[in-house]
Ligand binder design. Structure first.
Ligand SMILES: Cc1cc2nc3c(=O)[nH]c(=O)nc-3n(C[C@H](O)[C@H](O)[C@H](O)COP(=O)(O)OP(=O)(O)OC[C@H]3O[C@@H](n4cnc5c(N)ncnc54)[C@H](O)[C@@H]3O)c2cc1C
Length: 512
């Protein structure tokens, strides 16, 4: 049994709580519990060597590169990530302004600065604006079915394509103009795949799509790195509270476990780690990603999870979105350019083209964001989702760099465009303790499955028996896939335990 000394551990006193996973959900739960005297015995078990999980900032090429979370979505009062970031002075002045906080974006990605097409020409701004506005209105319509009207298709993708097919029948453009319009639509659908973290919008359920809630505010980044936020939370916890390199193998529950150091005391849960270490506890808050749960659902809990919860884990969606950073000697883009869109004229949402992943994976890349440029540092950040993204993870850096150099030469029409100096990318699908990027409500599941996943165990037990609690982005019904959803879910489960121990406790807000 491993529960030795330190400020977090005093055998025999108070409730013993283990948090599994040191991402923002787990860190938020630990920070909240630590502030209450009933939870003096608290540990966070983290599988990897670092805290932050899918918030991961690295300093490379002389700039901050976000391998995971990039933006605060909906940075305005009421978003706890925005509020914490503002409190710790981690944001730019302009991002704190009232004007910025009031901006309503509808959750849509902003327009690109320039759009390159595969024939080596740039697409007119007018056509891009017009097509983006049509696409966004279709996505807005797809969100409306949550209000009760019967969804006319199972998935967002099928709904958008159906509406597009009907519209395209009335287009009177020349064939090449019509193709370009459809190719732009294809790109916007791929952008939406990045937003939803899915291979195809045909996998994203239509009826519950509008349950995801967009907060006001123009999305903003952290100039010093997103990880500054999780570093602040980590620094507020006692040094030995987080145990790193401690992957949990199995959570034994509904038991009666004992340890030599606490004679006469029994614990309903025993957490067994990969290295053989065992931690008995009264309560465990599980915050591991849905991707990890999917892979280990049959072995991670003993006894196994109730069927309903295991089914929710299987049915909810969890896909891949990755970033590819390219460092250039000199920028080939115009000063002030922020976002380069790349459109393949042979792609259309109305046609299925069967091809081998190795031949076409790069066509899923939606384009590049220009990272804030310094005098001698020029970096682009590409986004790519789905199976093509997972295939990209299997390639070498040289292969990725070569393919993307060819793409850039082709779309800019400049066959001499210098190759990037170096490449760095995320590989979230291969990461054994994540297995993808973030969750979505897949065809065949509903928001109710998110609530099923979030319900503590045992489900039929009295409140006092709360043994396993579930947090993490995939457990937040309206803010899944975000950092604020993850943080709120960690607070929610900490508050559940605090309310159990201390029904009179004044719980701090916000309770979104
Ligand atoms: C590429 C990418 C881009 C994103 N962009 C944005 C964005 O712009 N804005 C936004 O709001 N969100 C974004 N997100 C999503 C956001 O990063 C996540 O929703 C959030 O960070 C999840 O926090 P979490 O605590 O739920 O999970 P995680 O951060 O994944 O934390 C879970 C922790 O559990 C650990 N763990 C797993 N298995 C075990 C085990 N067996 N034993 C012990 N520990 C274990 C993991 O190592 C990890 O540290 C992005 C994510 C990715 C991948």
């Amino acid at each position: 049994m491993e529960w030795s000394g330190g400020p977090g551990a005093r055998p025999g006193r108070g409730r013993r709580v283990l948090v599994v996973g040191g991402g923002i959900a787990g860190l938020g739960a630990a920070q909240r519990l630590r502030a209450h005297p009933a939870f003096s015995q608290l540990r966070v078990l983290e599988a990897t060597a670092r805290a932050g999980g899918r918030i991961r900032s690295e300093r490379s090429f002389g700039v901050v590169l976000e391998l995971g979370a990039h933006w605060i979505h909906g940075p305005s009062r009421g978003n706890p990530v925005f509020e914490l970031a503002a409190e710790h002075r981690l944001l730019r002045e302009k991002d704190l302004s009232q004007e910025n906080q009031r901006r309503e974006t509808g959750g849509h990605v902003g327009l690109p600065s320039v759009t390159y097409a595969s024939s080596g020409v740039s697409v007119s701004r007018e056509l891009v604006v017009e097509t983006a506005s049509l696409f966004h209105s279709l996505i807005d319509q797809a969100r409306e079915f949550v209000r009760g009207a019967a969804a006319p298709a199972p998935s967002v993708g099928e709904y958008v394509r159906g509406a597009l097919r009907a519209l395209a029948a009335g287009w009177t453009d020349r064939e090449d103009a019509r193709r370009l319009r459809l190719a732009l639509m294809h790109n916007f659908l791929n952008v939406e795949c990045c937003v939803s973290g899915t291979h195809s919008m045909d996998l994203v359920a239509l009826a519950p799509f509008g349950e995801y809630t967009v907060l006001p505010g123009l999305d903003c980044t952290f100039p010093g790195g997103y990880q500054g936020l999780t570093n602040h939370i980590t620094a507020s916890l006692p040094e030995d509270m987080i145990i790193f390199n401690k992957p949990v193998k199995t959570i034994h529950w509904n038991g009666s476990f004992q340890e030599a150091e606490s004679p006469g005391e029994t614990f309903p849960v025993l957490v067994e780690c990969e290295d053989g270490g065992c931690f008995p506890a009264h309560h465990v808050i599980v915050t591991v990603p849905l991707g990890f749960l999917k892979e280990h659902v049959d072995t991670f809990f003993e006894p196994p999870l109730p069927t309903e919860k295991a089914d929710a884990i299987r049915k909810l969606g969890f896909g891949t979105n990755n970033k590819i950073f390219l460092e250039f000697e000199e920028p080939f883009w115009e000063p002030g350019c922020q976002h380069i869109q790349v459109v393949w004229e042979d792609m259309s949402p109305l046609e299925d083209v069967a091809s081998q992943l190795q031949d076409v994976w790069f066509k899923k890349l939606i384009g590049f964001w220009v990272l804030p440029s310094f005098e001698s540092v020029h970096v682009l950040c590409g986004f790519i989702a789905g199976l093509e993204s997972e295939f990209m993870e299997t390639l070498t850096d040289e292969e990725v760099l070569l393919s993307l150099t060819q793409v850039l030469r082709r779309v800019t029409g400049n066959s001499r465009l210098p190759a990037p100096r170096s490449v760095l990318r995320s590989r979230w699908h291969s990461a054994p303790y994540t297995r993808g990027s973030y969750s979505y409500v897949a065809v065949g599941s509903t928001g109710e499955d998110i609530d099923r996943l979030a319900r503590p165990l045992p489900e039929d037990g009295a409140e006092a028996q709360l043994q396993i609690l579930f947090a993490g982005e995939a457990t937040h019904r309206t803010f899944y896939s975000t950092t604020h959803g993850a943080l709120l879910s960690g607070w929610r489960e900490a508050d559940r335990l605090i309310a159990l121990q201390d029904p009179q406790a004044q719980l701090p807000g916000p309770q979104l």
